[in-house]
Design a protein around this ligand. Structure first.
Ligand SMILES: Cc1cc2nc3c(=O)[nH]c(=O)nc-3n(C[C@H](O)[C@H](O)[C@H](O)COP(=O)(O)OP(=O)(O)OC[C@H]3O[C@@H](n4cnc5c(N)ncnc54)[C@H](O)[C@@H]3O)c2cc1C
Length: 462
């Protein structure tokens, strides 16, 4: 039976692992981070950042103006994310089709793959009775201003909200195994079907030949080398692109490392006269759902306010900062994320370290200011005393670097999810995004990986 190495254990790696092992493939998964059980996840925000993320919390662009977050642990970024699962709309697919030249990218092709993914997960909206005060402020503001909103769907099973559980803890890994991370879904399935999981194994590079791929890396300080008939790269936008660049494939793939996007997001806090407690109860529950906002490239969500993150984002020093933090329970928070241009690039230095070049373009900044003005007006329309917009740019949805496309001059991965000219390497993770969709990406990453797994299975076994 053909053996396959899967590199990376996030939403993409998890889908490949489940589907390929179900089809009888012998799979080994390599993950740079360590494995935490639900009982071992860090209990505080600071500890969580240090233990669960690359770069001990954040990685920066070369000009230090953009901060990026991606997890380094079994389950990948699905361990720390908010588990919001949104399907793409026609607008996102149309853009991808135009850019990639791949005709079957669209709702009619991908609807069945979303359904297959959904059949393996528990996806729930937050019911009205669980709306916290932060959600109610968002809903009131949107209703008052005639803007459309909808509930967010979350990959969750049993958040125990009736027993007073505060979902914020799950940002450092869900202690209840309610969040449907790839660790509790695809990887659990694959391990029950015999997959070997090697942790703290950082892949450095690949050597491709006609009959397979050699994977080189370092596991707990020891050099390792493994061989497989096929490699699935699922190390995420930054991870997969870094491995491809370190492997020296740039000379044959000119588009490698290009088109990095991140849905840059900005938090605004609004101060109220009575407590809001934006860190309590259910997670964020609603998002903007309005054609006019979509056209403006804006996505708004009623995000929670985690205390340490909030303290880092609030302005002021010393007494002024302390005074603001004393009002912590009285703030509502709303995030605006923009659909950014394909301006970023990734490269590696002579030691294989990532060089992240990504600046906001003038078009991006125009969207940011449009979005921040909108959020400020929304808050003031529902009696906020004061608002504070935080100008630190965060990228949480890292995308691109190995774009999908039919032309090897402008893309890296072909319509079958194989790398152009390197037929034994498959990629369908966040690195293959040809542009920023302006929509939460995980569900589509899983749907793409579901389809790519099917391609491998249909392609037969040696
Ligand atoms: C705080 C936060 C909240 C988010 N919330 C949402 C949300 O609600 N909804 C949504 O859709 N998206 C959300 N996202 C984004 C989403 O989680 C990611 O887009 C998604 O997880 C990417 O999936 P992936 O499989 O491509 O990569 P990842 O999930 O990043 O997984 C890649 C894995 O590969 C490993 N890896 C990398 N390099 C190597 C190497 N060299 N060797 C071995 N292993 C390697 C990494 O350690 C990691 O475990 C959020 C992100 C963050 C940071």
């Amino acid at each position: 039976m053909e053996n396959i190495i899967i590199i990376g254990s996030g939403p993409s790696g998890g889908r490949f692992a489940a589907q390929l092992t179900r089809a009888g493939y012998s799979c080994t998964m390599l993950e740079a981070g360590r494995k935490f059980t639900s009982k071992e996840f860090p209990l505080s925000e600071l500890d969580g950042s240090a233990k669960l993320y690359w770069g001990g919390g954040i990685e920066l662009s070369t000009d230090a103006k953009l901060a990026f977050l991606r997890a380094k642990c079994v389950g990948g970024t699905s361990i720390v994310n908010q588990a919001l699962l949104d399907e793409f709309d026609d607008n996102a697919w149309d853009d991808w089709r135009d850019r990639s030249g791949i005709k079957d990218l669209g709702t009619s092709t991908y609807k069945p793959y979303y359904s297959k993914v959904a059949s393996d997960l528990s996806i729930q909206p937050i019911e009205d009775r669980y709306f916290n005060k932060n959600t109610k402020v968002f809903v009131d503001a949107f209703t008052k201003n005639g803007l459309g909103y909808s509930r967010l769907n979350r990959g969750q099973k049993d958040c125990a909200l009736d027993s007073g559980n505060d979902c914020m803890a799950c940002l450092c890994g869900c202690p209840r195994n309610s969040k449907q991370s790839s660790m509790v879904t695809g990887i659990t399935t694959a391990e029950s079907k015999g997959m070997t999981l090697k942790t703290e194994f950082e892949v450095t590079d690949l050597i491709h030949s006609n009959d397979g791929v050699t994977v080189r890396g370092i596991q707990r300080g020891q050099k390792r080398e493994l061989k497989a008939k096929r490699v699935v790269l699922a190390a995420g936008s930054f991870g997969s692109t870094q491995i491809m660049l370190r492997s020296g494939f740039k000379s044959q793939l000119p588009a490698l490392g290009k088109g990095i996007t991140a849905h840059p997001q900005f938090m605004t806090y609004a101060f109220y006269d009575s407590p809001i407690d934006a860190h309590k109860g259910a997670f964020q529950a609603v998002k903007s759902y309005d054609p006019a906002l979509r056209k403006r490239g804006l996505k708004l969500e009623n995000v929670f306010a985690a205390p340490i993150a909030t303290s880092m984002l609030f302005s002021g020093m010393g007494k002024e900062h302390l005074a603001r933090m004393k009002k912590y329970r009285y703030v509502a928070s709303m995030e605006v994320a923009i659909r950014d241009e394909n301006s970023g690039t990734l490269d590696v230095d002579k030691n294989g370290k990532l060089i992240i070049k990504k600046s906001m373009t003038d078009v991006d900044w125009a969207k940011v200011h449009d979005g921040l003005d909108l959020v400020k007006n929304l808050f003031h329309s529902v009696n906020a005393r004061e608002t504070e917009a935080c100008m630190q740019v965060f990228g949480l949805h890292l995308m691109g670097g190995c774009a999908l496309g039919s032309d090897p001059k402008t893309s890296v991965v072909d319509p079958e999810f194989k790398v152009h000219g390197l037929k034994n390497i498959t990629i369908a993770d966040s690195s293959v995004f040809p542009s920023a969709p302006g929509i939460n990406p995980s569900y589509t990453i899983m749907a793409l990986s579901e389809k790519a797994s099917e391609n491998i299975i249909k392609g037969g076994r040696s």
